[in-house]
Design a protein around this ligand. Structure first.
Ligand code: ADP
Ligand code: MG
Length: 696
């Protein structure tokens, strides 16, 4: 049995290590920088760097890297060794404060959405002191933000930190209004639940679609899918259990609070959830988790699929972003609380979030948009593309009572008057969980459930933090001007409920009626990425992001370009991979099986065999389908070629969604039917059944 408390964080330059290895003054100065974001003087950085290096070298590290999160959605690292030539022809291990604090990687090969054309190729990485350095594979990793020569953010971390600051600033104003003078910072916390598939590596390597695109582009339904729901929470198979155990240990060493693991609904699908932490750290940790999921699976002869929809007809994978706001003292502001005073404050934050989700539903939708997630949202497993809030019956009743000024006749039969006297003490679990809602209140936090499994959680949290910051700003403006705080507060909460209750929906979000109901309520239903993305570049988005200094207008337009471009590239690769598989693998299989059947037929006829119906029927069917296959392939290739003539990014994305995606779907239908007819020995790659049940 390993000593887990000792193992935990053993590869992290955390507070304990800092305290034991840094001189007192240096430690104090660094802590101040971490807590208050103050500038770190170079002489102090030098001391920190040296201590870090000594610690890392003792742990076997030879290199360091500025670890950052460019717009590719994954992490980037460029390794430099600690070696420095010494006079005697030998080397010493060195790491300077300058190297710790700032790096200058060449930014030119990362997506920049046009920022590169107007600005220099040079980029800077800057240490995010709030996220601890750690050792991964013999390299000391320094979590950093990444920006262009002229300061434009080129990564996901910079705007995330800015959005956290925006929310901090506005939430503090609100807390001060409630008389709280002690809180110094308000932070957002996140616990992301991560879903993934595990399949056998050998099976994986035989599917070029999985290798190139992360999802199967073909595949007929297996006889057994998830119908019996016997996988969910089922006992872990020994190979999976060994993998998970190994993964957890590696995560723990890196200080990632991996907590929960279980089998998910689909065969071969699993989930991992950590204990929540501050949003930027949760983001770093989720990136590390995704990376380790893949690399450790590999060590176990497995392949981890993070794609949102690796298999058609089988549940896809998402990520649940559990989100809350808390004070630096650790008080959760979304905890309903026991006293009326706290309740009124809770209610104000609650309705602020409701308003933020309603007003910025399009931006929240954009934040979860992507080619992969298009296969999930709106399908019968994930929340629909319509954003709504679940509050549960009790909170909804309370809000209704407040709106009308009526006495709350709820379970506890309490009358209430906000702020002044009683508000019910909300028991946490008076309502059932609603698993279909995209944005659900779950007792003391909100669970944003629309994220795709491959997503960096930075994007959705940037939107969430900024939208809530904006509403809190307006609330603070109003309340700071109010002559009577309590009256102003009551009026504000009432008005907010009245104006935004349309976003609250406690029913079944998967039901067809909800789509109609949502339309009646005027909620937007942006079904695809292409429909969703333009909202990001719209004036309303520019207004809110620039006001809170989360993005500059240039950064928004650059990111919009990157998103559109990424979408088109994904579909392009999928189209090419499909065409390639059809030509190199599927057509030869059709030809081979037909030849075998034809030969048999000839043979039977030559010797005057009695009945050839089966062979003739099969051959006829396969040859008709093969012809159809050829036509559909041509259609796809023509569509893929036509994309070359479109230069406008949005129009191009529309074309990909319409023509290319359409042609891909038609081609797939034919191939999937052929798969059901062609003999197993001729079928060129593993089927769904082979893949989904490949791990035993
Ligand atoms: P579920 O039933 O959805 O699995 P859990 O109660 O297990 O919900 O929590 C899911 C996630 O929510 C965990 O990662 C947990 O750490 C996180 N979580 C709990 N409290 C908070 C909070 N205050 N802020 C952010 N995340 C939280
Ligand atoms: Mg959950």
């Amino acid at each position: 049995m390993k000593d887990i408390p000792n193992l935990f964080g053993s590869m992290v330059f955390n507070d304990t290590v800092m305290q034991s290895r840094l001189p007192k003054d240096t430690y104090k100065a660094l802590k101040k920088t971490i807590a208050q974001g103050t500038h770190l003087e170079l002489d102090i950085a030098n001391v920190v760097a040296n201590a870090m290096k000594n610690w890392a070298v003792e742990k076997g590290a030879t290199h360091f890297t500025h670890w950052f999160q460019p717009m590719t959605g994954i992490t980037a690292e460029k390794h430099d060794s600690f070696i420095t030539p010494a006079k005697d022809g030998r080397v010493i291990m060195e790491f300077s404060g300058k190297e710790l604090v700032r790096g200058e990687p060449d930014a030119s090969s990362f997506p920049s959405g046009g920022l590169r054309a107007t600005f220099e190729a040079r980029g800077y990485t800057v240490w995010d002191t709030t996220s601890y350095a750690f050792i991964k594979d013999g390299t000391l990793c320094i979590p950093t933000a990444f920006c262009s020569y002229s300061g434009e953010a080129l990564d996901k971390k910079t705007p995330l930190l800015r959005s956290m600051e925006a929310l901090d600033k506005q939430a503090l104003r609100i807390l001060r209004l409630f008389g709280n003078t002690e809180v110094r910072r308000v932070i957002t916390t996140v616990g992301p639940e991560q879903e993934y598939f595990l399949i056998d590596k050998e099976v994986y390597l035989k599917r070029s679609d999985l290798v190139y695109t992360g999802r199967t582009l073909f595949g007929a339904r297996p006889p057994k899918g998830q119908e019996l729901e016997d996988h969910y929470f089922g006992s872990l198979k020994p190979r999976v259990a060994a993998f998970m155990r190994h993964l957890e240990e590696e995560l723990w060493k890196l200080g990632v609070l991996a907590k929960t693991k279980h089998n998910e609904v689909a065969p071969a699908q699993h989930e991992l959830a950590p204990v929540f932490s501050t949003t930027n750290i949760a983001t770093d940790h989720n990136q590390l988790t995704m990376e380790l999921l893949k690399s450790i699976a590999n060590q176990h002869g497995l392949a981890c699929l993070l794609h949102e929809k690796p298999f058609a007809g089988v549940n896809g994978s998402g990520k649940h972003n559990n989100w809350s706001i808390s004070t630096d003292a650790g008080t959760n502001l979304l905890e309903p609380g026991e006293t009326p005073y706290e309740n009124a404050q809770f209610l104000l934050f609650l309705v602020a979030i409701v308003k933020a989700v309603d007003e910025y539903q399009d931006l929240l939708r954009v934040s979860v948009a992507g080619a992969g997630n298009d296969h999930r949202l709106g399908a019968n497993e994930a929340p629909p593309a319509i954003v709504s809030v679940f509050l549960g019956d009790e909170l909804t009743e309370i809000l209704e009572a407040i709106e009308t000024g009526a006495a709350y006749q709820g379970r506890q039969k309490l009358e209430m008057e906000i702020g002044a006297t009683v508000l019910p003490h909300f028991p946490k679990d008076t309502t059932d969980r609603n698993r279909t809602s995209p944005f659900a209140f779950t007792g003391n936090k909100f669970e944003f459930r629309m994220l795709g499994s491959t997503f960096s959680i930075a994007g959705p949290n940037i939107v969430l933090n900024t939208a809530v910051a904006e509403v809190l700003r307006k609330f603070a403006d109003t309340l700071e001007r109010a002559e009577n705080f309590k009256e102003g507060l009551t009026a504000l909460i009432q008005q907010t409920i009245r104006e935004h209750k349309r976003i609250i929906f406690n029913g079944n979000n998967y039901a067809a009626e909800w789509v109609q109901e949502a339309a009646r309520r005027g909620l937007s239903n942006l079904k695809t990425t292409v429909e969703a993305l333009p909202a990001f570049a719209a004036p309303k988005s520019v207004e809110v992001f620039t006001r809170h200094q989360v993005f500059t207008e240039t950064e928004i337009h650059a990111r919009y370009e990157i998103l559109l471009e990424g979408y088109c590239k994904t579909l392009h690769i999928e189209a090419l991979a499909m065409a390639d598989m059809v030509k190199k693998e599927i057509i030869p299989a059709c030809v081979g099986y037909q030849a075998e059947l034809a030969q048999l037929l000839c043979h039977k006829k030559a010797c005057g065999a009695y009945d050839c119906t089966l062979e003739e029927h099969l051959l006829g069917k396969i040859s008709t389908l093969s012809l159809c296959l050829l036509k559909k392939l041509e259609l796809l290739e023509t569509a893929a070629l036509e994309t070359k003539s479109e230069s406008d990014a949005l129009n191009l994305a529309k074309f990909y969604r319409g023509s290319v995606f359409g042609a891909m779907s038609e081609l797939r239908l034919v191939v999937d039917e052929l798969e059901t007819l062609i003999a197993k020995k001729h079928w060129p790659f593993p089927t769904y059944a082979d893949i989904l049940y490949s791990v035993n």
